[in-house]
Design a protein around this ligand. Structure first.
Ligand code: GLP
Length: 241
């Protein structure tokens, strides 16, 4: 695992956008694994800027998002569908049929999970997986647990995550208690992984994901086993390293 420490959130976002840009320049049909949350927002702003300046073309790019809340309609302002549409997809030329996000409103969520895994395989797997990290060490919505799932699955969010994500909702009660998330298998099968983190709130998670021990209590620690995982963090997130 390669750790790059930068001075600021903006530097982190620029460097992350550089990685995405070079992946797409090397392969205009690249398959991107995308993340939501506040961390990658700056990277998306930068990618939109580069698209507008003609520096990057998303025409043939395929995307798979990591996760989605269960039973939150796609047009709900806190759904990850809405996030991706408003922060990225509405502003670039990615083709709608090449965009994939798990459907949290599918009639049969289990079927939706297996459909999603099949689509990732049919697309040839993920070239670059972007990740944020929860303050409890989760990635996607793979929460700390005794065992972690390999495939896309339904997950019950932990009290930590409900609390952390309640800042986006009017109250804690409104945060959906369940979500669909890509499993550790799909994430670890990505050819390249880029994890971003910023702020002191992530310092403990960053320390425990990179201290040489792999444990399902810190799902992100499994990334230490990946052959091409890069972590770009600002100095606050690196405070305990
Ligand atoms: C959410 C998402 C994750 C994200 C994490 C951190 O729970 N499911 O994909 O990485 O929170 O979010 P933030 O970047 O807002 O701290």
């Amino acid at each position: 695992m390669k750790i790059i420490i930068v001075q600021s959130y903006s530097e982190m976002s620029q460097e992350a956008a550089d990685v995405v840009t070079s992946i797409i320049k090397a392969n205009n049909r690249a398959v991107l694994g995308l993340a939501t949350g506040s961390t990658p927002e700056g990277m998306y702003v930068e990618l939109v800027k580069r698209f507008r300046n003609g520096l990057i073309d998303f025409q043939e790019v395929v995307s798979f998002n990591l996760d989605e809340y269960l039973n939150l309609p796609p047009d709900h302002r806190q759904s990850y569908h809405y996030y991706m549409k408003t922060k990225l997809f509405d502003h670039i030329n990615i083709r709608p049929e090449k965009v994939n996000i798990p459907s949290g409103s599918a009639e049969n969520p289990e079927l939706e999970c297996s459909r999603y895994d099949r689509k990732i395989i049919e697309a040839g797997g993920i070239n670059l997986q972007i990740l944020g990290i929860g303050s409890n060490g989760h990635i996607g919505f793979n929460e700390p647990a005794d065992a972690l799932s390999i495939n896309t699955h339904l997950v019950e969010l932990t009290p930590d995550t409900l609390q952390a994500n309640s800042r986006f909702f009017e109250s804690l009660e409104q945060v959906p208690k369940k979500a669909i998330t890509m499993g550790m298998g799909s994430i670890m099968s990505a050819k390249k992984i880029l994890l971003l983190a910023s702020g002191t709130g992530k310092a403990r998670a960053i320390k425990s994901m990179s201290d040489g021990i792999v444990t399902t209590a810190v799902p992100a620690s499994l990334l230490q086993l990946h052959h091409d995982a890069t972590v770009i963090i600002d100095s606050d997130a690196a405070a305990l390293l």
